[in-house]
Design a protein around this ligand. Structure first.
Ligand SMILES: Nc1nc2c(ncn2[C@@H]2O[C@H](COP(=O)(O)OP(=O)(O)OP(=O)(O)O)[C@@H](O)[C@H]2O)c(=O)[nH]1
Ligand SMILES: [Mg+2]
Length: 481
């Protein structure tokens, strides 16, 4: 969603780098570009102005010390990064758990902002954290709302507390109050209350939200806002802050083509942290919000940390350990391992979403490639490997012509595709052997190679060294996490 903003930041910094010695006027110019980029992205005027003023002040103040520096633009880039993190709320904030469970979370926001969808995502998330959440249907404005929450609850495999059918729609305040009693009895440690949305700032509904709030005394009220509404987001946030009050913000529909202004304005204007982001309709399309990672994305530096965490979740410990020990023991990486890796990757979500977290993903060439990325490739490759016998997967050398035809027929792919997969796989296998044996790949020093003094030359590196230098990203993520 920050594509255009990222592009403009990149252009402004490229221009700065090309200046040579940076002077006062160059910083003014950079600030002018940044201001324009922010306003184009629908960032509130007051936020854009104060942001730019801070950058200008800090960068100008730093200039005398930077006179001798060979990397002036880098230092200014760092200032922009820090200020960006700061307007996004500084440090990440998580739910404060109540001393006496259940912890009560109430969702509030405009109609269609994504409250009910988020309720399911939060329930799913807490469940994966080992909590025992309960979803509460306190939106009794439309008959369909309870059904929608029940569907969401079923998907998340979390129980839902709703008024009994046949009693009319009932009183949302009573439902909310009774849900707490139910949660205590059934040992639910987190209660997530879905409330009715409002079209605009509707007084009647605002009063209902206040009444629910007063009845359940939530530990956290989360304002749910559609990031696509641009400049309106700030006005709406202010109205909810005055009307019901809230402790944190969830930004939804970040997968859309919103320009990002809401994200940058809301935390600053309401002085409430963004806690969650929703970027799709599925339960998994949900992230905890990290100001530093978001700043990184806006500046085009990617979000490697989130990528590593997703990898850690997708690759279970056993798979990662098995692959690592194979690598260390000198066993060949087989097509069976390849299949396991593909399955783990599929668990991580769509490839274009994953690749979008890499640095430079918003740059012209890479963006084009991502747009054209063929999600079906993984499925087709998997079909081919699954049509092989276990011995063929372990020993692709035995794949003669007739075996290849059989595999092509079995997987519904062409022999050409089978050949290409086997070729690519052989090349990858060869590369792994080279790395393990301390060789170099097209001029690059090998990872465990002779260029690394501690590896002890061409021989097998000592076992402890080998362990700590795993080439497996999943394993590395685990130790870093
Ligand atoms: N693309 C996308 N769609 C979303 C996201 N979150 C919610 N939606 C969709 O937006 C629509 C409205 O979402 P709801 O969760 O029903 O919104 P709500 O705030 O509960 O709406 P009311 O109950 O009417 O107040 C649904 O079609 C959702 O599938 C998101 O992050 N991305
Ligand atoms: Mg709803």
């Amino acid at each position: 969603m920050f594509d255009s903003l990222t592009g403009k930041f990149a252009n402004a910094f490229t221009a700065l780098r090309n200046r040579g010695r940076i002077g006062t006027g160059d910083i003014d110019e950079l600030c002018g570009e940044i201001r324009k980029a922010l306003l184009d992205a629908d960032v509130a005027l007051a936020v854009a102005e104060s942001f730019v003023a801070k950058i200008n002040e800090r960068a100008q103040a730093a200039l005398p010390q930077l006179r001798q520096s060979t990397n002036q633009s880098q230092a200014i880039y760092a200032i922009v990064n820090e200020e960006l993190i700061s307007i996004l709320g500084g440090a990440a904030r998580r739910i404060r758990l109540a001393k006496n469970p259940p912890t009560v979370i109430m969702l509030a926001g405009l109609q269609g902002s994504g409250k009910t969808t988020l309720a399911g995502k939060l329930a799913h998330y807490f469940k994966t954290q080992g909590d025992t959440p309960l979803l509460v249907a306190a939106d009794l404005q439309r008959p369909n709302a309870v059904t929608q929450l029940s569907v969401v609850a079923t998907n998340a495999k979390v129980p839902v507390f709703a008024p009994e059918a046949g009693n009319g729609l009932g009183d949302p305040i009573k439902v909310a109050r009774e849900s707490l009693k139910f949660a205590r009895e059934k040992m639910h440690n987190i209660v997530i209350i879905d409330t009715a949305g409002r079209l605009g700032v509707d007084l009647e509904l605002m009063n209902e939200a206040k009444a629910i709030r007063d009845a359940v005394n939530p530990d956290e009220i989360i304002f749910v806002v559609d990031s696509m509404i641009g400049q309106d987001a700030v006005r709406t946030a202010q109205a909810f802050l005055d009307g019901v009050g809230f402790d944190g913000v969830a930004l939804t529909k970040l997968d859309g083509d919103a320009k990002g202004g809401a994200a940058l304005s809301i935390a600053q204007i309401t002085a409430r942290p963004i806690m969650y982001v929703s970027n799709g309709e599925k339960l998994q399309d949900f992230d905890l919000f990290y100001p530093d990672r978001m700043a990184s994305r806006i500046l085009g530096m990617g979000d490697i940390q989130s990528l590593a965490e997703q990898a850690k979740q997708a690759f279970d410990g056993d798979t990662a350990a098995k692959l690592e020990s194979k690598f260390v023991e000198g066993d060949d990486f087989t097509l069976e391992d390849f299949l396991e890796q593909m399955q783990a990757m599929k668990k991580m979500g769509s490839m274009s979403k994953l690749l979008g977290m890499l640095p430079g993903a918003n740059s012209g060439a890479m963006k084009k490639q991502l747009e054209n990325f063929d999600e079906g490739e993984l499925v087709r490759t998997q079909a081919i490997v699954q049509s092989m016998t276990p011995s063929e997967r372990r020993e692709p050398k035995i794949l003669n012509g007739s075996r290849r035809i059989r595999i092509a027929n079995g997987s519904g792919r062409s022999v050409k595709e089978v050949n290409s997969l086997v070729d690519r796989f052989s090349a990858a296998q060869k590369m792994m052997r080279t790395m393990r044996n301390g060789g170099s790949i097209s001029g690059l020093p090998g990872r465990l190679g002779n260029s690394a003094p501690q590896s002890g030359g061409m021989g097998k590196p000592p076992p402890n060294k080998k362990k700590s230098r795993s080439g497996n990203p999943a394993k590395r993520a685990q130790t870093e996490g």
